[in-house]
Structure formats: C-alpha cells, structure tokens
Design a protein. Structure first.
Length: 267
C-alpha cells in the first residue's frame, strides 16, 4: 500500500505483479496505462487490476496527481462475490467517483494502511474487515447504489495534511523533522494525529518507511543498499535491523517469498 504524489512530468513504467490492485487517482488528472492501452483518467478515477495485468501512468508538466494504491492477494472465489471486480473486461473496472465516494475511499485506505503497518492484537482480522468494506463499497458504487458515506466524520484537514507531509518525507526523515517545526500549532496537530491514527507522526514515519521498503522489494530490481537509501537509511545494516524487527525476516529473504511473509506477519 502507498500514496504517491506524482511530480509534474513524472511517469511510472509498465509493470505487473501476482496480486490485485486498486489505484485511485486524486488531486489531478493523469494518463493511465492498462491492458487495452492508454486512458485519460480525470481526477477521482478508480481502477482495479487483476493479478498479472500490466499498468502504468504518466503525468504531463501541468499535472500533479496523487495515486492511492492498495495491493492484496485474493482467490478467484473471493472476487466471484463482487461481479464488478471479477469482470474480465478491464474497461468495465474503471469508475469515476463522486466526491463523497472519493472521501470514503481515502478514509478506508488510511484505516487499512493503519492496520497493515502496526502491531496490534487481531490485526489480520481487522485488516480483512477494512478490505471487505472497501470491496463492498466499490461493488455498490459500480451498481449505482447511493448510500451514505462510511466516514463517521470528515478528518480534520490539517491532520490529513500532516499525514501527507509524513508520507511525502519517507525518504528524507531528517527533512521532515525540520518541516514539522514550521507548522503552526504543531503540538495540537500532533495530539489530533495520534487520536486519528493511534500513533505519533514520528512512529507513522517509521511504519511508512518500512512499508515503502516492502513496495520497492516487491516492484523494483533495486538492491538492498539502494532501497535502504530510498527509505531514508544512511546505513544498510540499520535498515536491515529495523526491517527484521518488524517482519521477522531479512529484506532479501522477504523479497524471495513476499506473500508467504505477509501471511506470517499477519498471524
């Protein structure tokens, strides 16, 4: 899972993987590559890719979209319960969300990411519950059902901005420490952040750095030293120690069997 803020002119090369993926385009439009070819995706477009389907994205020099990406492994029997997601035609797995639906997707994304990146009792059950709510919501949106948003209350915009700042600083934690002190009322924001996410911004930074490392291990050919540097670790052994503490495996071992490792972490 990850939330990527694309810079103007940035692109993500064609790739595929052995698990399903939601990609939600927010903040701006973008060009998306998916099995039929290229698609001009307006803001608040949601796409669902089956395992093995190639996809990519491009932003023009005038575009700065965010991509909210959810990866999960699901048997065909599970997807069969959601006809819109099981559809074999990729063009039928693209939806433009209304503003309240977009808010719900972002809220569910943050809840799911929060469960996936923290150590807590019944984590796998909670993660599956949030994922189920996401799948149900998308199926209902695809069916044209108009239901009330799942979000109990809108997140405080300044708290959400702080989360984006944490997320954007994953590769430069030192820079983040400087930037947070420039925020007005940071102490108040920090307490609001902890109420919303159950941890401090600094703890969330550590979680997101390791989640980013998993994304790079899954989707790139970068070596461990390069991944450590991209996650803000100056020394490879410090990264390896932090990664093992969270996952129980060295980065190289985790990369060889990611799905098995994810299953073990969830127990």
């Amino acid at each position: 899972m990850r939330c990527l803020a694309a810079s103007p002119g940035q692109h993500y090369a064609w790739h595929s993987h052995s698990f399903c993926e939601f990609t939600f385009v927010s903040d701006d439009s973008a060009t998306i590559g998916y099995p039929p070819g290229k698609l001009a995706a307006p803001r608040d477009t949601l796409l669902f890719y089956h395992a093995g389907e190639s996809h990519a994205s491009w932003s023009s020099r005038q575009q700065s979209p965010r991509f909210w990406v959810v990866h999960f492994s699901a048997p065909l029997s599970l997807l069969a319960g959601y006809p819109a997601l099981a559809n074999t035609d990729p063009t039928r797995r693209v939806w433009t969300l209304r503003s309240e639906q977009a808010e719900t997707f972002r809220w569910l994304f943050l809840q799911l990411l929060n469960e996936r990146t923290r150590e807590q009792a019944l984590r796998p059950q909670a993660e599956m519950a949030w994922l189920s709510l996401l799948l149900i919501s998308v199926q209902r949106w695809a069916d044209g059902q108009t239901t009330e948003t799942l979000t109990p209350t809108a997140g405080h915009p300044d708290v959400i901005k702080l989360w984006h700042l944490v997320n954007a600083s994953v590769g430069e934690p030192g820079d983040f420490q400087q930037r947070i002190h420039e925020l007005p009322n940071y102490d108040s924001l920090r307490h609001g952040f902890k109420r919303a996410f159950g941890c401090s911004p600094r703890d969330m930074m550590l979680r997101l750095r390791l989640q980013h490392a998993k994304n790079l291990l899954l989707e790139s050919s970068l070596n461990i030293k390069e991944i450590a540097q991209r996650c803000g670790y100056q020394r490879q052994h410090e990264f390896a120690r932090a990664f093992r503490q969270q996952t129980g495996a060295a980065p190289t071992e985790w990369r060889l069997q990611p799905l098995a490792r994810l299953s073990t972490e969830a127990k």
